[in-house]
Design a protein around this ligand. Structure first.
Ligand code: NAP
Length: 281
């Protein structure tokens, strides 16, 4: 019996058990995936005792992603760049950490728009500079484009993101001010909202898309609501849209593959499980 977990504080709202539970059942595996609430003061002890607790690994969520980054013995290059760990596993007794949000974002673009989604993208415009933006930028840095622009309400955080993630080769990484945002829209082949604006009970991201390129892709990381006002507006302008739910599902794939040894698929059946939960049924 292979055991995995998601750890956070609080943890009751995590949808990860639904995702992994669906795959365990679908694949007929002898495995379990449980929710574990661990307060910050006890997190390091928890993470360093996985083997004794019989776990193969698990997911780490708020508020422990930075502590997990500091605690694991080895990190993937992606986790190293992003500065946060959301997936851990034991390999030959060594505790590894990865950040799968970057791959989750890009894999969702591929599944939603097609494998050649980047063909029309010279410049990506990333709005926001929090943890999710770092993962999105890290994912886009491995894609074929010329430039990634990062705009945030607090400009200093966009500057810090650029400083932390900049690297030789790959797309140029440039920060810009919130006031510059309208003027950057027409330059972007991909526009990504990584802010919390547009979430249920939050104001929408107020962005005029009338000057966007006709073949632009507009992505939103938010999945509650499933289609934000930004995405509805993008649709009205005839643009291609990518919602946040797919990223949530795709980011779960690499962890499951590490713990259970089988790479699961993101299917309409899995999506239906999460949609039912989101609609409260
Ligand atoms: P975070 O680290 O707290 O960052 C929040 C970002 O939103 C910051 O850039 C912040 O700007 C910006 N923001 C908040 N209120 C704003 C306002 N009123 N006006 C302008 N900007 C505002 O959060 P995060 O972890 O990056 O998550 C961001 C969003 O992504 C959340 O909605 C989360 O649910 C979603 N997400 C989705 C997935 C998925 O799998 N689909 C994965 C991760 C995250 P300042 O720096 O100026 O405060």
């Amino acid at each position: 019996m292979i055991k995995a977990f998601v750890v956070g504080h609080p943890i009751r709202h995590s949808r990860s058990p639904l995702i992994h539970g669906h795959w365990i059942g679908e694949l007929g595996l002898a495995g379990s995936y449980e929710r574990i609430d661990v307060p910050p003061a006890e997190f390091k002890d928890f993470l360093t005792s996985l083997s004794a607790r019989g776990f193969a690994g698990g997911n780490v969520t708020i508020p422990h992603k930075e502590a997990a980054f500091a605690t694991v013995a080895r990190r993937t290059a992606r986790a190293e760049r992003i500065g946060a760990v959301n997936t851990v596993w034991l390999e030959d007794g060594v505790l590894w950490g990865d950040n799968t949000d970057a791959a989750g974002f890009v894999d969702n673009l591929v599944q939603s728009v097609g494998t050649n989604w980047a063909a029309s993208v010279d410049t990506a415009l990333v709005i926001g500079a929090g943890g999710a933006a770092r993962a999105v930028v890290a994912g886009l840095q491995d894609c074929a484009m010329r430039r990634i622009l990062v705009v945030n309400r607090t400009t200093g955080k966009a500057d810090a993101l650029v400083q932390d993630l900049a690297r030789e080769g790959g797309p140029a990484l440039v920060s810009a001010t919130w006031e510059a945002l309208p003027a950057l829209v027409p330059q972007a082949g991909l526009i990504v909202n990584t802010t919390s604006l547009g979430m249920t009970r939050q104001p929408p991201l107020d962005l005029d898309l009338s000057s966007a390129k006709h073949d632009a892709i507009v992505a939103d990381l938010i999945y509650a609501p499933l289609k934000t006002a930004l995405l509805r507006d993008a649709e009205k302008h005839g643009l291609r849209i990518v919602g946040g739910l797919g990223m949530l599902l795709h980011q779960a794939v690499p962890g499951f593959a590490r713990w259970f040894g089988v790479t699961p698929q993101v299917t309409p059946a899995l999506e239906a499980v999460i949609l039912r939960d989101l609609s409260g049924n």
